[in-house]
Design a protein around this ligand. Structure first.
Ligand code: AMP
Length: 120
């Protein structure tokens, strides 16, 4: 899938629509999810144009990859999740129900999060 510059996170990165910023550095932005699924629900995105984790892992620089991981640490620290625990999740493609075609890591916390997947 090629990158679509009109996706909502590209628009946030361009400053066309607002976000509630949690952390930012040269390569990464973290902001509150607009429809939180837990008391803490933050999205961590690279500033580069990557559709998914596989796209990112193939094409991103080592500095971008390190920055995305360290941004998760910054979010965990900022939200006080270090001792209580948290979950990091990324959706890629149709089976995972990815809605926004710009790589994003969901960081959830603030309550017991239950099992990882809905059981069928
Ligand atoms: P996914 O299904 O993994 O693609 O998740 C997309 C996430 O983006 C959802 O949790 C949405 O609530 C969130 N989202 C969509 N638009 C915005 C926005 N403008 N600001 C913050 N989060 C958003």
């Amino acid at each position: 899938m090629s990158y679509d510059d009109k996706n909502i996170f590209a628009r946030i990165l361009r400053g066309e629509i607002p976000c509630k910023k949690v952390f930012e550095d040269a390569h990464t932005l973290a902001f509150e999810d607009i429809n939180p699924q837990a008391p803490v629900h933050v999205l961590v995105i690279p500033k580069g144009k990557y559709v998914s984790m596989t796209d990112f892992a193939e094409k991103a620089s080592d500095a971008e990859i390190a920055a995305l991981n360290r941004a998760v640490l910054k979010v965990v620290e900022a939200k006080g999740l270090m001792s209580s625990g948290y979950r990091v999740l990324t959706n890629a493609g149709a089976n995972a129900h990815q809605e926004v075609p710009h790589l994003h890591l969901h960081v959830f916390g603030g309550r017991a999060l239950g099992s990882m997947l809905v059981k069928r």
